[in-house]
Design a protein around this ligand. Structure first.
Ligand code: ASP
Length: 437
């Protein structure tokens, strides 16, 4: 509990001061216990007025997805200054996106191996509808469909990939205009940037507010899941956690170990320095919050400031390998739990694309990846809609999100440092030879 909880201000203030992480976990436990008790007494459904609290939570999450993508992606893309996007920038962005894509693939592999499922399977209308939508879809049409014909229609229909595409194009143009020689263009584009920066900050505030409500929503949704399915679903959450952490470990060993070896960087020296940002990220669950520690590690490793001062803040915003693994495992869990089947190849391909792009729009703050998971599900035509079992399964994930977030943030940060060192080594931006084999 917040140790300085004010004496005045009552229960609400004390509630707000209490760590949100613990609150959601407590919500999960209360919901699960209540659900098990209800199931034991033969009650499988909650009264509508209690159910409503869960529905409100699901609707709040859906409400935030599109404005959040627009705000954070436009800001993310326009923060990349064209001057720095020279040979360093392009290499950094490519290596960031490539490692994130590897992350999703590892996540999906973990899903297929561990096959976590809460076995909530009921073929709902939603599943049938989604199956209808995904049938007969060719890879080529999926790719061409990324380009919207009408931005407004994409926004209204919540077509995630199209919105991402337009937000990225918009943000990139803005980044060029911000450094134009024409003062008028510079002024108006800086104003526009400030508007989107503000939009993005507002969305983060709304998310923080939704997270304050999350314990109540999670408790109700979890209670419904347990009342219907009994205690057996708890084991599935343990499997999800194990699958994520095994995925994180494999990514460090295979992808980071492989990259460091490929670029002939001393692995021992690297990980000795990476330890501090790793632990800081694990504890704070924020890539942004860890940035000063990551920068110090890069400096100690002899990376030129010209590279890390650009690549690390960018990485904290767009490079999320741990989050990508988490998306893969959790998407598998959601589909497996709710529809009793694994992911199709089409869905997996779409998840790789969506989760890689989503990592650009995921802010380096605690819990942001969970909101992006909702976006990824929307992108494969299985939205976390109110009253569906998907919403219950998603709430289960949210209940343990803090634990998953610790591991994924630590990985996100080590990923930024690994890619930074590799690019610095490749382009001779290493000051000393401490890292060079
Ligand atoms: N907490 C993560 C980070 O800061 C983002 C996420 O929630 O996945 O890197």
């Amino acid at each position: 509990m917040g140790t300085n909880a004010p004496k005045k201000g009552g229960i609400l203030r004390a509630y707000l001061n209490f760590n949100v992480l613990y609150k959601i976990l407590i919500g999960l436990v209360i919901g699960a216990v209540a659900g098990i008790i209800l199931a034991a007494s033969g009650i499988t459904a909650l009264p509508a007025w209690i159910s409503m609290f869960g529905t409100i939570f699901t609707r709040l999450l859906k409400m935030i997805i599109i404005p959040m993508i627009v705000g954070s992606l436009v800001v993310g893309a326009s923060s990349v200054s064209p001057a720095t996007v020279g040979k360093v920038g392009i290499r950094v962005v490519i290596i960031y996106l490539a490692t994130s894509a590897c992350g999703v693939i590892i996540g999906l592999l973990m899903g297929n191996i561990f096959r976590p499922s809460a076995e909530l399977a009921q073929v709902t209308e939603l599943a049938a509808e989604a199956a209808g939508k995904t049938a007969n879809v060719s890879v080529w049409s999926v790719i061409s469909d990324i380009v919207p014909t009408s931005v407004l229609t994409s926004l209204v229909n919540e077509t995630v990939l199209q919105v991402i595409f337009f937000a990225l194009v918009f943000g990139l143009c803005l980044s060029y205009m911000k450094v134009s020689d024409d003062e008028r263009i510079r002024t108006i584009s800086t104003t526009m940037y400030n508007v989107f920066d503000c939009l993005s900050e507002i969305m983060m505030k709304i998310v923080a507010g939704i997270m304050q409500y999350a314990p109540i929503g999670v408790a109700v949704l979890i209670c419904e899941v347990f009342a219907k399915n009994g205690a057996k679903v708890a084991g599935a959450l343990l499997t999800v956690t194990i699958a994520c952490f095994v995925g994180y470990a494999i990514h460090i060993i295979l992808i980071y170990g492989g990259l460091l070896k490929l670029y002939r960087i001393k692995i021992g020296t690297f990980f000795k320095e990476a330890r501090t940002p790793f632990i800081t990220a694990f504890v704070t669950r924020s890539s942004n919050g860890t940035l000063p520690t990551t920068m110090t590690a890069a400096e100690n490793l002899g990376v030129d400031k010209e590279v890390y001062a650009f690549s690390l803040p960018l990485g904290a915003t767009i490079n999320m390998d741990g989050t990508a693994i988490y998306q893969g495992v959790c998407a598998f869990f959601l589909v497996m739990s709710c529809f009793g089947r694994g992911l199709t190849f089409g869905e997996m391909g779409m998840i790789v694309l969506l989760a890689t792009l989503a990592s650009i729009g995921t802010a380096g703050v605690p819990g942001a990846g969970a909101i992006m998971l909702a976006m990824v599900m929307q992108g494969i035509n299985l939205p976390i809609a109110e009253g569906t079992i998907l919403a219950g399964a998603y709430a289960m994930i949210l209940g343990i999100d803090a634990i998953l977030d610790m591991g994924r943030t630590a990985l996100n940060v080590v990923g930024d440092l690994t890619c930074t060192c590799c690019v610095a080594k490749r382009l001779n931006y290493l000051k000393e030879d401490s890292l060079i084999k």
